[in-house]
Design a protein around this ligand. Structure first.
Ligand code: FES
Ligand code: FES
Length: 161
């Protein structure tokens, strides 16, 4: 077992973990952060995306021990203190950027990272930025619209500004 200490969604935590434990397992099984989900065993789907020191990572692709000393943010840590949805969450709600919702935590975490890098992305940049996140339901159109909406690059009708 290896001792790790990190901040998760603003709270300091410390645990003994097996060196082979994945960060996604640590978040879900040790901390109960089940908002971060596992959609594959091939590192393809992106459903497990969280922020590690402010950058998106697939948490099934990171060992818990690699997060020692880090700041991790999950989908459960992005709402405002008053419980208000994060603007990107609000945009997904507003634009119907989800159906079953399984991909949504990862999509939102990836979208936030994308918008941090490029606050005004083109449709192509959004599609490229989300290429590591798979959705089986939506056909992606409303997800792209949601990111455009969050960026303020859509008009009321949803057309690109
Ligand atoms: S569960 Fe991590 S990429 Fe699919
Ligand atoms: S909304 Fe169902 S997988 Fe994306």
């Amino acid at each position: 077992m290896t001792r790790i200490s990190l901040r998760v969604d603003g709270q300091q935590v410390a645990d003994d973990v097996e060196p082979r434990m994945l960060l996604v397992q640590y978040l879900r099984e040790k901390l109960g952060k089940t908002g971060t989900v596992i959609g594959c065993d091939t590192s393809n789907c992106g459903a497990c995306t969280v922020h590690l020191n402010g950058r998106s990572v697939k948490s099934c692709n990171v060992l818990a021990v690699q997060a020692d000393g880090a700041e991790v943010t999950t989908i459960e840590g992005i709402a405002g203190e008053d419980g208000a949805l994060h603007p990107v969450q609000e945009a997904f709600r507003e634009c119907h950027g989800l159906q079953c919702g399984f991909c949504t935590p990862g999509m939102i975490m990836q979208s936030i990272d994308l918008l941090n890098d490029n606050p005004s992305p083109s449709e192509e940049a959004i599609r490229l930025g989300l290429e590591g996140n798979l959705c089986r339901c939506t056909g992606y159109h409303n997800i792209v619209r949601a990111v455009q909406h969050a960026a303020g690059t859509t008009t009321e009708s949803g057309a690109s500004a």
